[in-house]
Design a protein around this ligand. Structure first.
Ligand code: C2O
Ligand code: CU
Length: 460
């Protein structure tokens, strides 16, 4: 298993008036080659375009309360825009799709880092080319930790980020480009941290994994088995989601993870000394297209002895007090996600429909309840709302109810399956400004299932 390098700050500044400490990072977007297929296969290297010459990009590790400025320089020939997914960034640094940085330009992004600890990720968001940019490598982890809320969950080397992404390659090892796709690109090769179907050797103890689905179009329905006994699904424990720890741990034997969702899980390998466990993906899940090996994600071999027993005890029964999202029984907005004349739309609007694309104007700090409805027939849409963390209140019409792990979480993406309606509630805060919301199937987002809302500082 490949673990991404941490980014190292280039400088640290102390703001002279109020003493705020700001770490300054610099990340370059450029083309590079890497051997993705085993060298022994005879398949040549893959050309990527990524952050600092790696795909996934370097992991930005941040501490709550310590601000950061990241300069992204664009040394490639396509425009870029960077969204820090999971951050309540102010609008000018949120990666607005039209706010592109052209080749040979740079932009400094300011990140407040004042939210509760969580797994974020930074990725491209440039208008019309987000799918191709993110797929060719412009995606990386951004991990925010909080030393003042100590965790009893596995940490350090036992806290492992896993970026899962389905890809499709050409015979020569180059990536098949999604540039002409209008529907979906499911991918027949499952990569984790950039490596197809990796294996990680683990000690017989608890580990925490920060799962992220960075695929263009593939949703996973994950389960865990002992390789020697593949018919029995093993339990694991969900402890975190998009907005950080769950209220309480949820033990399950199945986890649905859609594009851009983050779920943190704990697996106790102490129960499996000498065995190999495989993280599997259910076949025929919703609209996914399956290929011979898309039922497998990665493998863990359990060997050796435990070298560090820290945070290996029982998981606390209460993990975090979730932020208050307010309560409301009436619906403020219903948004219908559908396909019209070959284009993807929200209430009939696409992002290019500039005069009409602001679909909501919540007053700053106000609670709103939105109903998201999928009327596109045989397609699913993971819906991401920028700026805010929401609670998932209901799920009707499709594959079932809100899952126990969704019910214990605050989220910024929710999976909207075939024919489903989902209700979400949030406080529209902390900042005023215009923000995007969209389908995170990046082909749908580019064509053109994206709109905006305006958080207003005066009640309109
Ligand atoms: Cu992860 Cu608007 O995106
Ligand atoms: Cu979609």
């Amino acid at each position: 298993l490949h673990i991404m390098q941490p980014a190292v700050p280039k400088a640290t500044y102390t703001e002279p008036v109020n003493g705020t400490v700001i770490d300054f990072f610099e990340i370059d977007i450029r083309q590079f080659q890497a051997q993705t297929y085993p060298a022994s296969s005879g398949v040549g290297p893959t050309t990527y375009v990524g952050y600092d010459g790696t795909a996934p990009g370097p992991t930005l590790r941040m501490t709550r309360g310590r601000e950061a400025v990241v300069r992204f320089t664009n040394s490639y020939d396509r425009p870029s825009s960077i969204h820090l997914h999971g951050s309540y960034s102010r609008a000018p640094w949120d990666g607005w799709a039209e706010d592109v940085t052209n080749p040979n330009e740079f932009k400094d992004y300011y990140y407040p880092n004042h939210q509760p600890q969580r797994t974020l990720w930074y990725h491209d968001h440039a208008i019309g080319i987000t799918a191709v940019n993110a797929y060719f490598g412009q995606a990386g982890f951004y991990i925010l930790t909080d030393p003042n809320t100590p965790t009893t969950l596995p940490s350090g080397d036992y806290d492992v980020p896993l970026m899962i992404a389905a890809k499709q390659f050409n015979r020569d090892g180059s990536l098949f480009s999604p540039i002409d796709e209008r529907v979906s690109l499911y991918g027949d090769v499952i990569t984790v941290n950039g490596v197809p179907w990796p294996v990680q050797q683990v000690e017989p103890r608890k580990y925490k994994f920060r799962l992220l689905d960075a695929s263009i179009s593939r949703t996973f329905s994950l389960y865990l088995v002992d390789e020697a006994k593949p018919s029995v699904r093993l339990p694991f424990t969900v402890v975190g989601a998009d907005a950080g720890y769950l209220d309480h741990p949820v033990t399950t034997d199945n986890l649905v993870i859609a594009m851009a969702e983050r779920w943190e899980i704990v697996i106790d390998f102490a129960l499996y000394q000498g065995k190999s466990l495989v993280l599997m993906n259910e076949r025929k899940f919703q609209t996914n297209e399956d290929y011979p090996e898309t039922d497998k994600v990665m493998k863990w071999t359990v060997a050796g002895t435990v070298t560090n027993t820290a945070n290996n005890g029982p998981i606390a029964t209460h993990l975090a007090d979730l932020a208050d999202t307010g309560s409301k029984t009436t619906i403020d907005h219903e948004f219908v996600f559908e396909r019209q004349n070959g284009e993807w739309r929200i209430n009939g609007v696409g992002f290019e429909d500039i005069p009409n694309r602001i679909l909501a104007k919540p007053a700053q700090g106000r609670t709103e309840r939105w109903r998201l409805t999928n009327k596109s027939g045989g397609w699913s849409h993971p819906i991401h709302i920028h700026l805010i963390d929401f609670k998932v209140l209901s799920r009707t019409g499709g594959r079932g109810a809100v899952t126990p792990y969704e019910a214990a979480a605050l989220k910024d993406v929710v999976y909207l399956g075939e024919n489903e309606s989902v209700e979400v509630i949030a406080k529209y805060q902390p900042w005023a400004g215009v923000y995007m919301f969209h389908c995170h199937n990046l082909v749908h987002e580019d064509h053109d299932m994206m709109a905006a809302f305006n958080v207003t500082s005066v009640d309109l």
